[in-house]
Design a binder for this molecule. Structure first.
Ligand SMILES: NC(=O)C1=CN([C@@H]2O[C@H](COP(=O)(O)OP(=O)(O)OC[C@H]3O[C@@H](n4cnc5c(N)ncnc54)[C@H](O)[C@@H]3O)[C@@H](O)[C@H]2O)[C@@H](O)CC1
Ligand SMILES: [K+]
Length: 463
């Protein structure tokens, strides 16, 4: 698990005021850390094109040009000139070394984007959009300095962005790098230290990114146990029975001891390993909402009274009674953006389009979590956001292979499975999400079906 931040200005300030470092020292480290990646990856005299902007992101780029000059063929471009004091100073140093500023773009082995960083405040103008589109089309390895130009501090595109293979981010990782929009632009992310260790640089945060190595699986450790030691999950099946079947199979494959489908219908096909009942019985966990429609509407009041963990999904986010479930403990919600919009409307937190939800995912998830601190919210997306007690946990490990009907039912089943096995709701949600993401990295990425995904849950290797 690694910490990420909305902004790092306060940490830079700490470096200046408390640690007595200067902007010059920080910048030297910033540029050197990009140089190091180039030295590691490209032979001397490769052609490095650096496009630098007018501010200090640009100044990082000009500093890099100076460091590489003599070892590489360096082409420096300044489409907007050098305006900040540091940019001017770095340019002076570069020119003193014999460096030249180029006018016409040339092809190269590497393109470094140092146009705008954390100072991006408004949409890019036509000139820069043209530049970025040319840079994106170039057949070169693409490195973004701090953050790809065009991604703002919320992680939104303004309106286009540099498409990096590698982002070297300065000081600490920014939350914006983990927005759904940023996922196609950041490439590999490397953090650069700026003259003090990360431990001395960083501060407390409410934002955490979870990595593959953090995964905990429900490995059984006690031989003297039986099926009920691993919980009995009930999944309510409504109109679309398939959704409940997928959730049930996922839960069973992820370690739950017994899984039952509750359905009022007789005529449904249920896999052999899943039990079938007509009534809610002695379950220790319940999952419902997927494919439900109005099938259990008369019983939701009774379900409210059960004091067991519950995973609530899909159709439940369109029902007023959801408000009462939010008052309970041990509740996990798993909406996709459209369902989240409906949920926010029902609880009186505003009316949002799906686009607005996506542009404000972090803010809205955090706001919801502050209002309902005891509920675990998992907001689906390219990078899943898990919110609990006002903290955000981000799972960026998933892939586009998961963008398919049924993936969400599998995820809900996996979370319910860990709840049934006695795990805390937050821990259940984080590790089910990570497992879902890891199992969902599939080649070819168009061919992952929910049944294959369920099969793969059983093949994740413990780290
Ligand atoms: N503060 C520090 O101590 C350090 C800063 N560093 C670098 O400095 C960067 C931040 O520098 P700046 O604050 O100068 O900001 P930028 O270099 O990102 O932006 C420069 C200026 O461009 C203007 N601008 C914003 N959006 C624009 C748009 N769409 N079109 C045209 N102009 C626009 C703004 O006036 C802004 O101040 C970081 O991203 C990082 O790369 C690093 O050198 C490390 C140390
Ligand atoms: K940049």
């Amino acid at each position: 698990m690694k910490p990420v931040y909305r902004e790092v200005y306060s940490f830079d300030k700490k470096c200046y005021e408390r640690y007595k470092l200067t902007e010059d020292i920080l910048m030297e480290h910033a540029a050197y850390s990009i140089a190091l990646e180039i030295y590691k990856r490209f032979p001397k005299f490769s052609k490095i094109n650096i496009v630098a902007g007018p501010g200090n992101n640009g100044a990082d780029g000009i500093t890099l040009a100076r460091i590489l000059w003599g070892d590489y063929i360096v082409n420096l471009y300044l489409p907007l000139g050098a305006k900040s004091n540091m940019a001017k100073l770095q340019l002076e140093r570069f020119l003193a070394l014999g460096g030249k500023v180029k006018e016409e773009c040339e092809s190269g082995d590497v393109i470094v984007d140092a146009i705008f960083g954390s100072g991006l405040k408004r949409d890019l103008d036509e000139k820069i959009i043209g530049f970025i589109s040319k840079m994106n089309k170039a057949k070169a390895f693409k490195i973004a300095c701090d953050i790809p130009t065009g991604i703002d501090d919320k992680g939104n595109l303004r309106p286009v962005a540099f498409k990096a293979d590698l982002t070297v981010t300065m000081g600490a990782e920014k939350l914006a790098l983990y927005s759904d929009f940023a996922k196609d632009y950041v490439g590999e992310i490397i953090r650069a230290d700026l003259g003090v260790s990360f431990n001395k640089y960083k501060g407390p945060t409410k934002y955490h990114v979870w990595e593959r190595g953090d995964l905990i699986l429900p490995i059984r450790t006690t031989q003297n146990s039986h099926k009920k030691s691993y919980g009995h999950l009930g999944v309510l099946a409504g109109e679309k029975v398939g959704a409940a079947v997928l959730a049930s199979l996922a839960a069973f494959n992820f370690g739950c001891g017994v899984v039952s489908i509750v359905s009022h219908r007789e005529d449904i096909n249920i896999p052999y390993e899943i039990m079938h009942t007509h009534h809610i019985e002695n379950f220790n966990t319940l999952a419902f909402g997927m494919g439900l429609n109005n099938h259990f509407d008369d019983e939701l009041e009774d379900i409210l009274i059960f004091d067991i963990p519950m995973v609530i999904d899909a159709d439940m986010f369109y029902k007023e009674i959801i408000k009462d479930f939010l008052k309970k403990e041990n509740i996990v919600l798993t909406p996709h953006p459209k369902e989240f919009a409906s949920l926010l409307k029902i609880v009186g937190m505003g009316e949002y389009s799906i686009k607005e939800i996506q542009e404000n995912r972090f803010d809205l998830a955090e706001e919801f979590s502050n209002k309902y601190p005891n509920v675990v919210l998992l907001l689906k997306g390219a990078n899943k956001i898990i919110a609990y007690k006002g903290n955000l946990h981000i799972d960026p490990n998933g892939s586009v292979a998961l963008a398919k009907g049924g993936s969400g039912d599998v995820l809900a089943g996996m979370i319910a499975s860990l709840l049934a096995q006695g795990w805390h709701p937050l821990k259940s949600t984080i590790h089910a999400s990570l497992s879902h993401s890891i199992a969902g990295n599939y080649n070819p990425n168009y061919a992952l079906t929910p049944m294959k995904l369920i099969e793969r849950i059983g093949n994740i290797l413990p780290s």
